[in-house]
Design a binder for this molecule. Structure first.
Ligand code: ZN
Length: 159
């Protein structure tokens, strides 16, 4: 009837890369390093869905040594995961997530991120929560070395 899944992701912050979180381009002097567009929120959300379905992780489905995923828009990973949800007769009950980033402040972008996640999962935005925290100047996040995201998703059997 119900399945729950958890996903987490971290990317290094470097100069000269865009910072894309939940499909939203964030104005920042540092961006996320990675093979695709390095969108930690989309990656964590995708991992949460794959976890709920016990179908491995993002790397299983989208190997990062494959050229076709270079700079790929990560919303396609979540849309792919949504296809697996439907294939197996489930729908998303709700998804909650946290982004850990020292700066800039993400509050102005939260609703756009929620809308992007909701669109990829074909659910209403009220079912999608995105929260943001800083690293309080400590650890890799606080020292602006990394951006991290965690997501948890509840799937409900629909057929
Ligand atoms: Zn990632």
């Amino acid at each position: 009837m119900f399945r729950i899944g958890f996903g987490t992701d971290i990317h290094r912050l470097v100069a000269g890369r865009p910072l894309i979180l939940g499909g939203v381009h964030i104005e920042s002097d540092l961006g996320a390093d990675g093979h695709s567009d390095a969108d930690v929120l989309m990656h964590a959300a995708t991992d949460a869905v794959l976890g709920a379905l016990a179908l491995g992780d993002l790397g299983t489905h989208f190997p990062n040594d494959e050229e076709r995923w270079r700079n790929a828009e990560s919303s396609q990973f979540l849309r792919y995961a949504n296809g697996l949800i439907k294939e197996r007769g489930y729908s998303v009950g709700n998804i909650d997530s946290v982004i850990d980033l020292e700066k800039p402040k993400l509050r102005p972008h939260i609703n756009d991120m929620r809308a992007n996640l909701a669109a990829a999962l074909e659910i209403s935005v009220e079912r999608v929560s995105v929260k943001a925290k800083t690293g309080e100047t400590v650890d890799a996040v606080g020292q602006r070395q990394a951006v991290r995201a965690q997501a948890i998703v509840m799937l409900v059997k629909s057929s």
